[in-house]
Write a protein of this length. Structure first.
Length: 104
């Protein structure tokens, strides 16, 4: 497993809307490293999580919630912000594990 370093994290988790962006760098000995951006959004009963890889200064889509084996929750009209934060944290950990798997 590669070393992972969090470069950036912006999170907003309220009753009606959530937006969480994180950027991680995977440190590979002898290489420059790989950057992964993960975005979690939840509002109006729509939940979305995507992972994008930086390639040549551009973002390329790599995975979504469904690729990680997680079904979007369509009942989140209004819920506690801590519930959405824990959901985002869980998805980020699954995203890191998935990214490590496909880049071995």
């Amino acid at each position: 497993m590669k070393n992972v370093k969090e470069l950036y994290r912006s999170k907003l988790h309220g009753r009606e809307k959530s937006h969480d962006v994180s950027i991680y760098k995977f440190i590979v000995p002898g290489e420059q490293g790989l950057k992964l951006k993960m975005t979690y959004e939840c509002y109006n009963a729509n939940e979305r999580f995507v992972g994008e890889h930086y390639v040549g200064g551009k973002l390329e889509h790599i995975f979504s919630m469904e690729d990680l084996g997680v079904t979007p929750d369509r009942t989140n009209y209004v819920c506690d912000g801590s519930k959405r934060l824990s959901r985002a944290e869980d998805l980020i950990q699954k995203g890191i594990k998935f990214f490590n798997t496909i880049n071995q």
